[in-house]
Ligand binder design. Structure first.
Ligand code: FES
Length: 164
């Protein structure tokens, strides 16, 4: 009914009766679904550590479009009918890591690791939309992700291996 929010997270349907109109997607993912891979850094759209992928059907082209969003700014109730992918849905140590995650590890592209899920998601979304990105595309895709350890060089180098 109209009081129930329905959407998908990592391929599973989520139903929330009478969702909190003030909740963000980030709060819901972390507190209700216990998907704590998505991090809260700044809480204000400035750091990218809360990046998730939103997928929806474009009714004109009938194609599914994917885009990255800052879950800390995304109202939970705006998720109605959408498919959300979090870092847990990209890959993990139990079911296997995604190439984006493997490359970061091989290049030692992380220090404290707090920003890592956000970087992974930004790169993952880019590759979903464009499997043959240029170096420029890659730099643009991660420009909203901050690393407070300032370890950008190995991160960028890891991802540049996907450049065509
Ligand atoms: Fe920093 Fe969302 S927590 S952009």
């Amino acid at each position: 009914n109209g009081d129930t929010l329905k959407f998908f997270v990592n391929g599973r349907m989520v139903m929330e009766r009478e969702p909190d109109p003030e909740a963000t997607l980030l709060q819901f993912l972390r507190r209700k679904l216990h998907l704590t891979g998505t991090k809260e850094g700044c809480g204000h759209g400035g750091c990218g550590s809360c990046t998730v992928m939103v997928s929806k059907l474009n009714l004109d082209t009938k194609k599914i479009i994917h885009y990255s969003v800052n879950a800390c700014l995304f109202p939970l109730c705006a998720a109605q009918g959408l498919a959300i992918t979090t870092v847990e849905g990209v890959g993990n140590t139990r079911t296997g890591l995604h190439d984006v995650q493997k490359k970061l590890i091989e290049s030692q592209g992380l220090q404290c690791g707090f920003c890592t899920p956000g970087f992974v998601m930004s790169m993952f979304v880019l590759l979903r939309n464009n499997p043959t990105p240029s170096k420029d595309d890659i730099e643009k895709a991660i420009e909203g992700n901050l690393c407070r350890c300032t370890g950008y060089r190995p991160i960028v180098e890891a991802f540049q291996e996907f450049a065509q």
